[in-house]
Design a protein around this ligand. Sequence first.
Ligand SMILES: Nc1ncnc2c1ncn2[C@@H]1O[C@H](COP(=O)(O)OP(=O)(O)OP(=O)(O)O)[C@@H](O)[C@H]1O
Ligand SMILES: [Mg+2]
Length: 238
Amino acid sequence: MNVSQQILEIKGLCVNYGGIQALQNIDLTINQGEVITLIGANGAGKSTTLKAISRLINYRSGNIYYNGRDISRYPAYKMVQLGIAHSPEGRKILSRQTVLDNLVLGAYIRSDAAIKADIELQFKTFPRLAERRHQLAGTLSGGEQQMLAISRALMSKPQLLLLDEPSLGLAPTIVRDIFAIIQKLRETGITILLVEQNANLALQIADRGYVLEAGLITLKGKAKDLLNDERVKKAYLG
Ligand SMILES: Nc1ncnc2c1ncn2[C@@H]1O[C@H](COP(=O)(O)OP(=O)(O)OP(=O)(O)O)[C@@H](O)[C@H]1O
Ligand SMILES: [Mg+2]
């Protein structure tokens, strides 16, 4: 695979919430097929970065390029059409709809004939969802809801998947299952931007990483190097 092709480039991104500067001049690049992780403490600006990319929030200044195209002024709905899918923090599944309905909704931008087959493919990847296809999503366990959120994002057939805290609040065995799925996804060639509090696991699975502190990128590099970096060890790998 050609890993040198840039799929996403963020240049000088600044986001404000009222008077608070949440992101200050962020630069970040993602190459085709890479898994990039963004690590940082609570409130560092990780979710804000993902929301800016998928355009769930507006940004004050900066540019975002996707496959070389400046998408900074595009509306949110365009992002999914372009191939950017966001599995948000807190999952945001439709709890009064069934598992199946959530997956169908994930494919809302598509009109091709392969949607049914792709749902079955999702059920192969996530067997726990297959058994529960007619269950209301709100009654799923936390781990199952997380799987549904990822699976729903995949139904739009994204080129770039934004994953916000997939392991949040889950028991260690489920966290392992989720990471095994992310590992499998990367083998399919999909590009992933992974936000995680579990820096150790995230750096083990990622190619490169960025460290975000109070809205600033303070460190970046190969995931292996970050795992061995004394500053990262002290602050995030405890
Ligand atoms: N809608 C909002 N209005 C005002 N401030 C916000 C809003 N969303 C986020 N913030 C603030 O921006 C900062 C960054 O928030 P963000 O959610 O990006 O952090 P995070 O790194 O994802 O944290 P966590 O690990 O807790 O999820 C925080 O100080 C937060 O309080
Ligand atoms: Mg967050």
